[in-house]
Design a binder for this molecule. Structure first.
Ligand code: FES
Ligand SMILES: [Fe+2]
Length: 459
């Protein structure tokens, strides 16, 4: 059975609801990817740790006494008992509750009770340290993989993706504000990941009520707020058609930007306190500023399952709008279940009041009880319900809306398309997914003439 076309324009629904496909993804997609796990601010001090999941592998993400970060399988090297039951904490050692083997927070085996009696000839502790993953940290984000064969994070993610990621979480020192919110949705992980590549098409329909009550930004209040901040508006009638664009990147990542169509006498960062702007300017290149400047919303998926959104949202009660950043993982649990791990991300040097405002805006929008989130969950859950039967499963999902002519006038890596009424972002995501799955033996129909000519992610 063919799972779709190699250009990502058709995806058969077995791809979402079939356990065999899911098992293949574990190997071909997640086994060959760097997986996002945590932010450095979650384990700021020596001894801090959090426990996370890499696919089905439980891991401890810990900061050792020397400040280094370690990602280690949460499983005792003696006979496999789980070492750490807590979600987070601070400890110098992890002691197994079964026979007491004890490991340092760097994973080294330190203590073996009764060792001289049990192992009169000595025990090689070096080879019995916790199973450790490779780690790579970018802009405070901790990624890991147990695969020793794949390239480093930049090679696998693509320098283009890191460039765009920096315009989000790398433009200041950020921190995760509170622990992750977690919930299991009754849908396949790709339903969330594909939506976050930039499904602008659903906004006016799915989120009509939310938009109608003014929960999301309104351009007028943002511009007024900027002018209150002594910013001078130099061109109020910019070309509105350039304010929304879709960026597709090699290796399956894509994001959607919304920028104010106005011009100002300086770069502006709507929804952020002005005292933070110099930090943003210092961390971004002139090219990166052309995307971060005037940006009021961005949503993206970094292949396979890291989602990020930054959105200027209203708080209400005369409070200026705040730029809420939400980072999340679509963690596959089974073909029909996905665990969402979701964090509010704030600039470390924002005022406490601003952080609390961001938390309020987050609570009613992208947090798991937020209106935007509930709207989306309904679609994804009902999508799964409607296709459990063999007839629904046999049908295809359609991602065929043609691309518009890519823009060539912006210095951003990737391919840039104005607007959002096209399916390029989905084809980018599913082209990479199909290539990985094909390598693992899944069948796909060859694409006919590509509708995305000129898009490097489709070469
Ligand atoms: S299983 Fe951990 S000490 Fe024996
Ligand atoms: Fe949505």
């Amino acid at each position: 059975m063919k799972l779709g076309t190699t250009d990502g324009s058709i995806v058969n629904r077995h791809s979402f609801f079939d356990d065999e496909v899911f098992a293949k993804e574990a190997e071909a997609v997640f086994g060959l990817s760097w997986i996002f796990l945590a932010h450095e601010s979650e384990i700021a001090a020596p001894g801090d740790y959090v426990t996370r999941l890499m696919g089905d592998n439980e891991v401890i993400v810990s900061r050792a006494e020397d400040g280094t970060v370690h990602v280690m399988l949460n499983s005792c090297m003696h006979r496999g008992v789980k070492l750490c039951a807590a979600d987070m904490g601070n400890t110098s050692h992890f002691r197994c509750g079964y026979h007491g083997w004890t490991y340092g927070n760097d994973g080294r085996l330190r203590g073996v009770p009764q060792a001289p009696v049990l192992y009169p000839e000595g025990i090689d502790r070096k080879s019995r340290g916790l199973k450790e993953a490779r780690t790579d940290i970018r802009y405070g984000l901790i990624f890991a993989t147990f695969n020793g064969e794949i390239g480093d994070l930049e090679a696998e993610y693509g320098a283009e993706a890191l460039w765009h990621l920096q315009t989000l979480v790398g433009k200041a020192e950020y921190e995760f504000y509170g622990p992750p919110v977690r919930a299991v949705g009754e849908f396949n992980w790709k339903s969330g990941a594909e939506n976050w590549t930039g499904d602008g098409y659903h906004g006016e329909v799915t989120h009509r009520t939310v938009l109608g009550v003014g929960l999301v930004f309104d351009t007028e209040s943002i511009v007024e707020d900027l002018i209150d901040d002594d910013v001078v508006l130099t061109a109020p009638d910019g070309n509105a058609s350039t304010s929304q664009n879709q960026v597709t990147l090699p290796k399956g990542s894509a994001l959607h930007n919304v920028q104010l169509p106005h011009s100002f006498n300086q770069p502006v960062f709507p929804g952020y306190e002005k005292h933070l702007w110099p930090e943003f300017l210092a961390n971004l290149t002139d090219e990166q500023l052309t995307v971060a400047d005037r940006r009021v919303a961005v949503v993206g998926t970094f292949f396979p399952n890291l989602g990020i959104v930054e959105d200027v949202l209203t708080v209400g009660d005369g409070v200026p709008p705040v730029n809420v950043m939400n980072l999340r993982l679509w963690r596959p649990v089974s073909s029909g279940e996905t665990e969402i791990w979701s964090w509010l991300v704030v600039p470390k040097r924002a005022s406490q009041q601003w952080k609390e405002n961001a938390q309020r805006a987050f609570a009613r929008s992208f947090n798991l009880g937020g209106m935007l989130e509930l709207d989306d969950f309904h679609n994804w859950n009902s999508n799964a319900q409607a296709n459990q039967g063999p007839v629904g499963m046999s049908l295809n999902n359609d991602y065929t809306a043609p691309a518009v002519e890519p823009r060539t006038d912006l210095p951003w890596p990737g391919s840039i398309y104005d607007g959002f009424l096209h399916d390029v972002e989905f084809r980018t995501f599913y082209t990479e997914w199909a290539a990985r799955m094909k390598n693992a033996g899944a069948e796909f129909a060859e694409a006919e003439a590509s509708s995305d000519e000129g898009d490097p992610s489709h070469e």
